[in-house]
Design a protein around this ligand. Structure first.
Ligand SMILES: [Zn+2]
Length: 235
């Protein structure tokens, strides 16, 4: 099969074009960086391809945006001296091996002392930390829900915490249940407050429309900054 490979740039977006012996144009945006690839029939002229890309620009940008809003956390090794975040503060991990039940403690506003049994590997250390984060978050959420229930005049029947890859929270409107991302334990408290409010507003409005935004404006005027803060990657 004969192929030809080149780039076309449209509004700052590099599109990798591959011409080959196919009948139809195929356009795709790939994770994690939002690389754009266009496969085209051999007969198509460069100018027609450019026009095709311009026509699809809205679609391309939307997909790149979605990929950028995924929750990206740098990989952790759970080793001595590594940075870990708790409620928006950075701490240094201090590993203490001892033959008793695992434990996590913040010390001197600077360290996270992680007590694990001798020989605990990365996976085990991660698991201990995760459960500790989960406990902390589960203590914070019950303070926030009644506050927003009162202000929004809605009622939540159930809530939970789980690790999510692409969302900070979710809301099942019919079952009046909200889920909150475990990763929120690493963010400042006002981020958690925003996500709780956001998910609870869904009980009044399912879609992210003007009414939804007006409710956010009314109850948390600075929500746009918080939303941006949530999508920053911290090392
Ligand atoms: Zn939403």
């Amino acid at each position: 099969m004969s192929t030809k490979n080149f780039h076309i740039e449209v509004s700052g977006i590099q599109v990798n074009v591959i011409k080959k012996d196919i009948k139809n144009i195929h356009l795709a945006v790939y994770p994690p960086t939002g690389r754009v690839r266009l496969s085209s029939p051999l007969s198509m002229k460069r100018e027609s391809l450019r026009l095709f890309i311009i026509d699809k620009l809205g679609w391309i940008k939307k997909h790149i945006r979605n990929m950028n809003s995924q929750i990206r956390e740098p990989e952790r090794e759970y080793i001595q001296g590594e940075s870990h975040w708790v409620e928006g503060q950075r701490y240094l991990l201090n590993i203490i091996e001892r033959d008793s039940a695992p434990q996590v403690e913040i010390r001197n506003k600077k360290y996270i002392d992680l007590y694990v049994r001798p020989g605990s590997d990365k996976a085990r250390r991660e698991e201990v930390m995760r459960e500790w984060y989960r406990d902390r978050l589960k203590k914070q959420i019950p303070e926030l829900i009644p506050k927003w229930e009162k202000k929004l005049d809605v009622q939540i029947d159930d809530w939970g915490v789980k690790l999510m890859k692409t969302k900070w929270g979710s809301c099942n409107v019919d079952e009046k249940r909200i889920w909150l991302n475990l990763e929120l334990a690493k963010k400042p408290k006002h981020c958690l407050d925003y996500v709780v409010l956001h998910e609870m507003i869904h009980l009044k409005e399912r879609h992210h429309n003007e009414r939804f935004k007006a409710l956010l404006d009314q109850h948390m005027p600075g929500w746009r900054n918080v939303k941006e803060e949530l999508n920053e990657v911290v090392y």
